[in-house]
Write a protein that binds this ligand. Structure first.
Ligand SMILES: [Zn+2]
Length: 176
């Protein structure tokens, strides 16, 4: 794996956030990822025990499933689920919504890490990070807190997700 921070963007994530704000208004942060999925895109979100998977997208049913076990673990449990939902929205927007017969996507916990070697999973991770943590707002929060946990609280993401995002902008150390 390369140790050089990857700068990444995905304009589709910004378009989706803008579309939501134009339609529903409300606060920009934390990004209302569940409402984007359910109200704007008409997807359902369910919690189930998914074993070694963190999340699943079943496009034909317009269904996102998140791992109920992970809902009860981690620093602030719902924060971890927010990233899983954003990741599955990445699969929906980037891989499923315009496909003729999109297959279900099963996302292992390792696929939701920045180190995943699967291209579609990486794309969903980039999308998810961009959706939840817009660069300008991350830089602003970093300037205010100079602390990954303050950034994580602002965006309601896990400390690890915040740390990866800061790392990609060259603002913090690579997560271990
Ligand atoms: Zn995935």
């Amino acid at each position: 794996m390369s140790s050089v921070p990857t700068r990444y963007t995905d304009p589709r994530a910004h378009e989706l956030r803008d579309r939501y704000l134009a339609t529903y208004g409300g606060a920009e942060l934390p990004v209302p990822v569940e409402s984007i999925a359910e109200d704007l895109l008409g997807l359902r979100i369910e919690e189930r025990d998914l074993g070694e998977c963190s999340g699943m997208l079943r496009p034909a049913e317009r269904l996102i499933v998140v791992n109920a076990t992970e809902a009860m673990s981690g620093d602030t449990p719902t924060h971890r689920l927010r990233f899983t939902i954003a990741h599955e929205l990445g699969h929906w927007i980037c891989h499923a919504q315009h496909a003729a017969a999109p297959a279900p996507t099963y996302c292992r916990t390792s696929d939701l890490s920045q180190d995943t070697d699967r291209a579609l999973e990486r794309e969903a991770n980039v999308f998810g990070a961009e959706l939840l943590m817009p660069e300008a707002a991350v830089r602003q929060a970093w300037a205010a807190f100079l602390d990954p946990s303050g950034v994580a609280a602002t965006f309601e993401v896990s400390a690890l997700a915040a740390q990866w995002r800061l790392y990609s902008f060259g603002l913090a150390e690579r997560p271990v």
